[in-house]
Design a protein around this ligand. Structure first.
Ligand code: 4F9
Length: 253
């Protein structure tokens, strides 16, 4: 069972995940469990303070280490009480390592994680040094907090759990699962305004269709994400036929 403990000042963000779409099925089938923890509940002063001004001056506020530390202690105790194994603590931060499909796949095979969603300018570094195992990022942009990256990660994990997607194959055919970008898709009608469906997809020739899709994926990856091709070359994940196609496209590794 995948257990996630999410630390957030805005637990309401996480409710929709349990009630809608693909992720809902992961909760309904009890493959995934999510508990939210509000650090404000672990403050000790009358104002329930969770942040303060940064030492050294400058704009913004910094989240206090102590309420977060008590929250993390409560989570560790709750896991232990439920006889669930300890899990790593991840902090969402633009300075973290980029989240990719490999990280999502590994997480889906694990016991879960504690996800720390920070607000304001950040978290007291001493809390990070003591209690955070990994900092992870959704990309090179700044958000107002870690809630949305946490939702993205939880959604990505939920759809990999057995039976959660309508069709088990669809997860394997997505972008990145093969190391390449996904190919284009078409459905009815056969002619839309003046746009037709590629003839090969109507041919019923499954080998030709598979080859066309592979070539489309290679072409798109070459154009938009050549870095992914470099990665596939280094892991020898491209077939001789792939390499022939790419070199016909003018690609020289
Ligand atoms: C976290 C941005 C992860 C991108 C957290 C402000 C963040 C973020 N990926 N931005 N707080």
């Amino acid at each position: 069972m995948l257990r996630f403990d999410v630390i957030s000042l805005f637990p309401a963000y996480f409710e929709p995940l349990k009630h809608h779409g693909v992720s809902r099925r992961a909760f309904d089938s009890a493959q995934m469990q999510l508990q939210c923890w509000n650090p404000r509940d672990f403050t000790t002063d009358a104002h329930r303070t969770i942040d303060d001004r940064p030492y050294g001056g400058g704009p913004g506020m910094v989240m206090l280490a102590e309420p977060l530390e008590r929250t993390l202690d409560a989570i560790a105790a709750a896991r232990q009480q439920a006889a669930q194994p300890a899990a790593p603590v991840w902090l969402f931060s633009p300075t973290g390592r980029r989240i990719d499909q490999k990280l999502v796949e590994d997480l889906a095979q694990s016991d879960g994680a504690t996800l720390l969603c920070a607000r304001y300018e950040g978290v007291d570094q001493r809390l990070i040094d003591r209690r955070v195992d990994t900092e992870i990022s959704l990309g090179d942009f700044v958000l107002s907090g870690g809630e949305i990256p946490a939702l993205a990660l939880l959604d990505a994990v939920s759809r990999l759990l057995p039976g959660v997607l309508g069709c088990a194959q669809s997860a394997q055919q997505d972008s990145f699962s093969s190391g390449l970008l996904d190919c284009p898709h078409y459905t009815r009608p056969e002619v839309l305004n003046d746009q037709t469906v590629p003839e090969v997809l109507l041919s019923g020739d499954h080998a030709r269709i598979a080859q066309w899709r592979r070539e489309q994926s290679l072409r798109l990856t070459l154009r938009r994400r050549p870095d992914l091709l470099v990665q596939m070359l280094s892991t020898q994940s491209l077939s001789k036929r792939d390499l022939q196609f790419l070199s016909a496209m003018g690609y020289t590794p």
